[in-house]
Ligand binder design. Sequence first.
Ligand SMILES: NC(=O)c1ccc[n+]([C@@H]2O[C@H](COP(=O)([O-])OP(=O)(O)OC[C@H]3O[C@@H](n4cnc5c(N)ncnc54)[C@H](O)[C@@H]3O)[C@@H](O)[C@H]2O)c1
Ligand SMILES: [Zn+2]
Length: 376
Amino acid sequence: MSVTVIPVRLGARSHEILVGEGLLPSAWIHRLRDVSLSTRFFVVADRKLARLARAAARFLGARCAGLALLPGGEATKDLPVIRWLWAEAARRCLDRRTVVVVIGGGVLGDAVGFFSATYLRGLRVVQAPTTLMAQVDSAIGGKTGINLPVGKNLVGAFHQPSLVIADPGVLATLPTREFRAGLAEVVKYGVIADAALFLRLERHAAAVLARDPSELRRIIVRCAAIKARVISLDEREMRGLRATLNFGHTIGHALEAATRYGALMHGEAVALGIVAATGLSQRFAGLPARDAERIVALIARLGLPVRLPSSARRPLDKILAALRLDKKATGGRPRFVLAQKIGRVITDVPVPLAAIRAALRELDCAPRRPRPAFRG
Ligand SMILES: NC(=O)c1ccc[n+]([C@@H]2O[C@H](COP(=O)([O-])OP(=O)(O)OC[C@H]3O[C@@H](n4cnc5c(N)ncnc54)[C@H](O)[C@@H]3O)[C@@H](O)[C@H]2O)c1
Ligand SMILES: [Zn+2]
């Protein structure tokens, strides 16, 4: 089995990201540093991956301190789930040396990561992401957390994993819509940092959509390497570099919030956010028209939305209000990450409200007035 090892350099919190088919359920364990034969593992997995999780638990044998299964989906990022995990941890006598292993998508990664950050003031955690979204993005970087009724990800902690295991083989069972949602983040990486990755996506879109294993692996390695580099240089988003990862997310988050996280998946909202940010980039960052056309065309080619589906249309003011509440808005003024060309972005660009309105209108955000009935 060939495994690509991507280092995340963070001093004492340094760790590796492994990418390789067949790493799960057990091949990863030899790469985990600082574990002894007495180390115990608490496996928490998405219910849909129960078979894989049971195989991991069987492999760990007596070292498995327990196996817990949780549903995927946003509702799991909630305090009662964390409280239940805390109680399970106490019941199973987990101690400071216990390593938590999370097998699941971004939801499990965020929620169980937060549990790991808080129980006994922090247990080590191994992230085994099972969605494309999680393999290229959410399992890397140490952001963990849960939602509050008033907003997403409002409670959380930075807690770096001890190891990330991305096995592209597990993506085979991912529903099409989930898979495509992850591709929005991949397009994002191309635009912010890697013109060659972007070109590869354009040239090999069919193979990507068919989930060709070698194509997937290449993409995951590239994206993970970009995020690892960003995190190594700007772990806590203090220098503006980590903020580049928010390309497409300012409007994306607002669309998610305005539709109450129901009508759009995160990746779909990001795809629309990228389309809007591309238009704004032409006006405010000098993005050439040809690059803008390529970005929108690639999003469409990958089966992602470039216009808001009618089920997700909301009054413009509602979306603008959500934009002002964004965690990253300063004094109610949203700041944008904009592209200068494919492969390079600038951050912290103030954009006039009128231009944001126009960009939203281009996405077909507002519900259309019903046409008057034809009277002959
Ligand atoms: N921490 C970060 O830096 C960061 C970054 C981006 C997104 N996120 C978070 O990630 C979450 C979204 O992640 P997601 O899209 O992976 O959601 P998810 O974890 O809910 O997974 C999506 C769906 O796929 C199912 N699933 C997971 N793996 C599967 C597999 N291999 N086969 C079949 N089905 C599978 C899940 O049960 C779920 O129904 C959001 O809560 C978002 O806030 C966090
Ligand atoms: Zn995202």
